[in-house]
Ligand binder design. Structure first.
Ligand code: ASP
Length: 329
């Protein structure tokens, strides 16, 4: 984009941002989670500052998700959950709303930032979706930083995997009735996946999501996060959306595209369309939520789990953090 032209067109009152650090069923008495709140506040403030320099929504969501990947509190990048073999298998996707340009990667464990690799797929390859060793090879060829899989593994995730193995369950970040994913005790439910949606000063939308998936998952399992149109979606005619929850059910609900279709073809507003898509997720036995911003700057963050970690910047420009349903927006 021509910089001079964009500078003339910039209207900073258009800026909106929402980030999430996953949804789930917080154990009773888990407390106010000051560390999580501080991390969300810091990362949202940093992404907002970037948008205030005139950066695009795409730059802002990539930046926010990279910071969330680096934060071991959330299930993505460092601190991503581990598969049955004790390895991280990380998934990520990014999409720009103006032209639906998109990139995604699944099952990577050597690329330092899965979302950065996803953006490289989008901008520096003729394709949109890479998996496993081929994705890592592309990153190597493009000169992106590589790490050993151990870079992502934290002591907490090893304990979580041991616990899941001992109980013989595939530990969801969320409760579910989906018969193919075993139910976990609510008090055990951890929280996962990170994502960001933004509207920039030029009115453009973008979305990005990154995850480690499910604890003790079968190697090769892929959820909704890296599937564009499901867990990650952006279209300037409707909305930018990033999901967290039972990936299998979000895929069945075609979440991102369902919201787009309801807005575009049925004339529904963002909140109604997103709630409808979440009802579909519930219908398919899933739990979780989404963050979304529409082309007019409306924000919605519905979830059907007990909590969803999130931070947002609405029309007043203030960074706010929420975990419980009552926190807004
Ligand atoms: N949606 C992610 C997946 O199914 C997990 C999560 O959001 O916690 O891989």
């Amino acid at each position: 984009m021509n910089h001079e032209k964009t500078a003339q067109l910039a209207d900073f009152s258009r800026i909106r941002l929402v980030i999430h650090g996953g949804a789930g069923d917080l154990a009773p008495g888990a407390g106010p989670q000051p560390e999580h709140r501080a991390a969300l506040d810091r990362i949202a403030a940093s992404a907002k500052a970037l948008l205030m320099t005139g950066a695009t929504a795409l730059d802002a969501v990539e930046h926010a998700v990279m910071l969330l990947e680096e934060c071991p509190l959330f299930n993505a990048g460092i601190g991503g959950v581990l598969n049955r073999d004790g390895l991280p298998e990380l998934d990520a996707a990014i999409q720009r709303g103006s032209d639906r340009a998109c990139g995604a990667v699944a099952g990577v464990m050597r690329s330092q930032s899965p979302v950065r690799l996803a953006r490289a797929v989008m901008e520096r390859s003729p394709h949109v979706f890479f998996s496993g060793p081929g994705a890592e090879q592309l990153g190597r060829e493009l000169g992106l930083p590589e790490v050993a899989p151990s870079y992502f593994i934290t002591a907490e995730r090893l304990v979580q995997l041991e616990d899941a193995r001992r109980k013989g369950v595939i530990t969801l970040d969320h409760d579910t009735d989906d018969s193919r994913v075993q139910k976990v005790d609510r008090s055990d439910a951890a929280f996962g996946t990170v994502g960001a949606v933004a509207r920039d000063a030029f009115g453009g939308l973008a979305a990005a999501t990154s995850t480690g998936g499910l604890t003790n998952k079968h190697p090769g399992r892929i959820g909704d996060t890296p599937i564009v149109g499901m867990g990650t979606f952006a279209d300037d005619r409707s909305a930018a959306i990033s999901c967290t929850g039972t990936g299998e059910s979000f895929i069945k609900a075609c979440f991102g595209h369902e919201v787009h279709a309801r807005m575009n073809y049925s004339g529904w507003d963002l909140a109604k369309a997103a709630q409808h898509a979440l009802d579909e997720v519930m219908h398919y036995g899933g739990r979780g939520g989404c963050i979304a911003i529409d082309h007019e700057g409306h924000i919605t963050t519905p979830f059907n789990s007990y909590v969803m970690y999130r931070a947002w910047v609405a029309a007043d420009g203030v960074v706010r953090v929420g975990i419980e349903p009552v926190d807004g927006p």
